[in-house]
Write a protein that binds this ligand. Structure first.
Ligand code: 5GP
Ligand code: ZN
Length: 116
């Protein structure tokens, strides 16, 4: 079910163009519009789920597929050996800005820990 005025639902429908890197029946992955690293991809479920907090127990397949997609995308972009971050921001303190679940895959540079 797509959500009115959700940019990632628009992207999932193909109504807003993105640089796709992966897609299947449940997920879509594409370049972030404002990359924070030499490689910066977003993995989204096609279904509108606002955040991790809104994932149902029956949606464990989608959640698991997001991690497997990160593995594939990192290998495709050649950052799997050097390393990458898989990040899901949830709600205000984490800085979530788009309330359609998405995982960031960032790589191609060194990251600090703990994150700021
Ligand atoms: P958040 O802070 O919610 O975890 O991250 C949202 C991310 O979505 C940001 O990194 C932002 O650059 C990205 N983003 C927002 N709107 C668009 C868009 O229309 N297209 C693409 N490709 N990325 C977007
Ligand atoms: Zn949405």
């Amino acid at each position: 079910m797509s959500h009115k005025e959700c940019i990632f639902c628009e992207i999932a429908k193909g109504a807003v163009p993105v640089k796709k890197v992966y897609e299947d029946e449940d997920l879509l992955a594409f370049w972030d519009i404002a990359p924070q690293a030499p490689s910066h991809f977003l993995i989204i479920p096609r279904k509108h789920i606002e955040s991790i907090n809104d994932l149902g127990d029956e949606e464990s397949t989608i959640a698991g597929k997001m991690v497997i997609a990160a593995k594939r995308i990192s290998a495709m972009s050649g950052i799997d050996r050097s390393g990458y971050r898989f990040v899901i921001n949830c709600n205000k303190d984490a800085g979530q800005e788009v309330f359609h679940l998405h995982a960031h895959v960032l790589g191609g540079r060194k990251f600090n820990w703990p994150p700021g």
